[in-house]
Design a protein around this ligand. Structure first.
Ligand code: ATP
Length: 599
């Protein structure tokens, strides 16, 4: 848990953080940018700086140490000024490295995109060609190419570009494969777009961040490879300087005049390190998930601000009490609240419906209960969550984790994403039991099959060895419910458990949840969009809008006399059989009134 400086909720406009600010916020990337910028500026200015001719030899001045008058970085074995050779040589190395990067990225990415998009035989043929290139150790391949073409800087450039093509092709093909059959690409096909247009307008923008990131991280590597070939005498030819040839020439004086090789070595190090850290920064800017911290490995529990205010429970007879909860997300150093001052309680054996429009904060509220909002970027800024009079948010991490599944269990919307695709369903239910109970494997198995029977999986013993993909959506949701029931929790939080199901399966799942809840005396927090379900199913209801609870009370009372305009609209949206056009008129009128209010 850490302290979080209170930050006001930003306005929509100011929340939009520019890419530039994001890059500059990353200190390492900024350091890389400044270092690389300085090096590039100095090399660009080399022709106008008062430097001696980099190739002019002066045998009388050979091997002068650094800080000699007129030779800031000393001279080499032929008396040439090292600073001048360094700046001119860096120009050459950087130009060759960047040119090789662009060539490899252009050709490799084109191969990768076409192979990944086309699939089938074209993919197979292209990738086998790439595999052939990859079958040789790449430095040997580069040496062989230069040996065949003859030594020289341009040939070194071609060789390095060629050996790096497979790297781009493989990376880009993998990413393209993931996009080639996504719905938006299918939609573009259906709209009549040609393949080239789809590749350029649908696939390429999605693959571009990967190409740029790969370029930024490999450019340093290619500069190093160019230096390697020049070091071996296959790149820049005397008297032309590049960093690799300077390093190679200084090798003979490594003990007598170490500065001759150390200076170009340090320059290679600085360029490569600055490119690498800058590459990391660019990756963070280009990938919105990295930007928001969504790809960072989340901690085991949601971060709780150390200076949060934790109000006392106001409903002692309830098994779950949420008091003035404020949860939000950190974005670029700012705290953006998603849930503000939410207070709820659920009594044992009762069902509370939490209803609200999409994005109103229902799931964030539910996940905050057991510290399941991913941190980063999630933070619980204020409030308290009492499970049986114990404040969950002040519990040590290990204790809170132990309570998940045993006292509070969750049923999520899409069981296909929560069930492990490679593990049989019976085994998954057994794992939920074994996580909290020390019982023998045979008892665990027996209990798992009983639970599957209880939730209505037909022929549970035989089906227990089936995998999630072999079950229907309703059956998978039943497995999810069996796992939630595995340890007799006091509270079940069901987050839209029936949204992905058709109405008949939905009705059966709801009936099952209601029966189990009554039979076991559990408290149920039921999240939904549908007032029809709430009216059928929940004792009390809380209506959420824009991160706040706008109305709460007994379901019957709220239905009979809704106080908030939003609740009225939600109720009006529940169709009644046989009302047809009258129902649509009523909804249209309510929405027209709402528009007037907003205006
Ligand atoms: N990882 C995240 N980073 C930033 N904001 C987030 C993140 N997850 C959720 N939010 C924001 O929190 C707010 C509440 O989201 P939440 O998922 O709780 O909505 P919901 O009411 O459950 O919606 P739905 O019914 O569509 O599931 C939304 O504005 C959402 O954009």
């Amino acid at each position: 848990m850490s302290t979080l400086a209170a930050a006001p909720a930003p306005q929509a406009g100011s929340a939009r953080i520019t890419s530039w600010r994001l890059l500059v916020n990353n200190r390492l990337a900024t350091a890389g940018l400044v270092l690389l910028g300085t090096i590039l500026l100095l090399t660009a200015l080399a022709p106008i700086l008062p430097l001696p001719d980099p190739n002019a030899t002066a045998p009388a001045d050979r091997l002068k140490p650094v800080l000699t008058a007129g030779h800031l970085l000393g001279t080499d074995q032929l008396g040439r000024d090292i600073l001048s050779r360094l700046l001119w040589g860096t120009r050459v190395s950087v130009a060759v490295g960047f040119a090789a990067t662009f060539i490899a990225a252009g050709i490799g990415s084109a191969i990768g995109i076409v192979a990944g998009y086309a699939g089938g035989r074209i993919d197979n043929a292209m990738m086998r060609g790439i595999d052939m290139l990859m079958a040789f150790p790449y430095i040997l391949l580069a040496l062989a190419i230069v040996a065949a073409l003859g030594p020289g800087l341009m040939n070194a450039l071609y060789a390095i570009a060629l050996v790096n093509i497979p790297f781009f092709a493989r990376n880009v093909r993998g990413v393209t494969l993931g996009y080639a059959h996504r719905e938006f690409v299918d939609a573009a096909r259906l709209s009549g777009k040609g393949h080239l247009s789809i590749i350029l307008t649908e696939v390429l923008p999605n693959v571009m961040p990967v190409i740029v990131i790969t370029m930024s991280t490999t450019a340093g590597w290619m500069i190093l490879e160019t230096a390697g070939l020049s070091f071996l005498g296959l790149g820049a030819q005397p008297p032309q300087a590049d960093l690799g040839s300077m390093l190679g020439e200084g090798r003979a004086q490594i003990f007598t005049a170490p500065h001759v090789s150390i200076v170009p070595g340090v320059m290679i190090f600085l360029i490569v390190i600055s490119l690498n850290v800058l590459g990391d920064g660019i990756r963070d800017v280009l990938d919105p998930r990295l930007r928001s911290g969504a790809l960072a490995r989340p901690g085991p529990v949601t971060e709780v601000a150390r200076d949060r205010t934790a109000p006392a429970s106001t409903a002692d007879d309830a098994v779950l009490v949420i008091e003035k909860l404020e949860t939000g997300f950190r974005q670029g150093g700012e705290f953006i609240p998603a849930v503000r001052g939410v207070s709820l309680h659920v009594k044992p054996g009762k069902c509370l419906g939490l209803i609200g429009e999409s994005g109103s904060g229902k799931s964030v509220t539910a996940l905050s209960v057991m510290g399941l909002v991913a941190s980063p970027p999630g933070v619980i800024r204020n409030g308290a969550v009492y499970v049986g009079n114990e404040d969950v948010l002040s519990m040590p991490e290990t204790r809170l984790i132990a309570k998940r599944g045993s006292r509070v269990a969750y049923v999520f919307q899409d069981p296909l994403t929560t069930l492990h695709p490679m593990v049989a369903i019976g085994r998954q239910v057994e794992e939920s039991i074994a996580a909290h109970q020390s019982i023998s494997a045979a008892d665990c198995r027996k209990k798992a099959i009983e639970l599957l029977e209880k939730v209505g999986i037909p022929d549970a013993r035989a089906r227990s060895v089936h995998y999630p993909h072999q079950l229907s959506g309703g059956q998978r949701q039943r497995v999810g419910i069996a796992m939630a029931l595995a340890n007799d929790p006091e509270i079940i939080i069901a987050d839209e458990p029936t949204t992905a199901l058709d109405v008949t399966v939905q009705a059966r799942i709801l009936e099952l949840l209601r029966d189990l809840q009554r039979e076991r005396g559990m408290a149920l927090l039921f999240i939904t969009h549908d007032f029809g379900i709430v009216s059928e199913f929940c004792d009390r209801v809380a209506v959420m809008k824009d991160g706040e609870i706008v109305e709460t009370g007994e379901t019957r009372q709220v239905l009979a006399d809704p106080q908030h305009a939003y609740t009225k609209r939600l109720i009006a949206c529940v169709p009644e059989l046989g009302t047809g056009a009258r129902f649509l008129d009523r909804v249209a009128t309510l929405f027209a009134e709402d528009k007037k209010e907003v205006a």
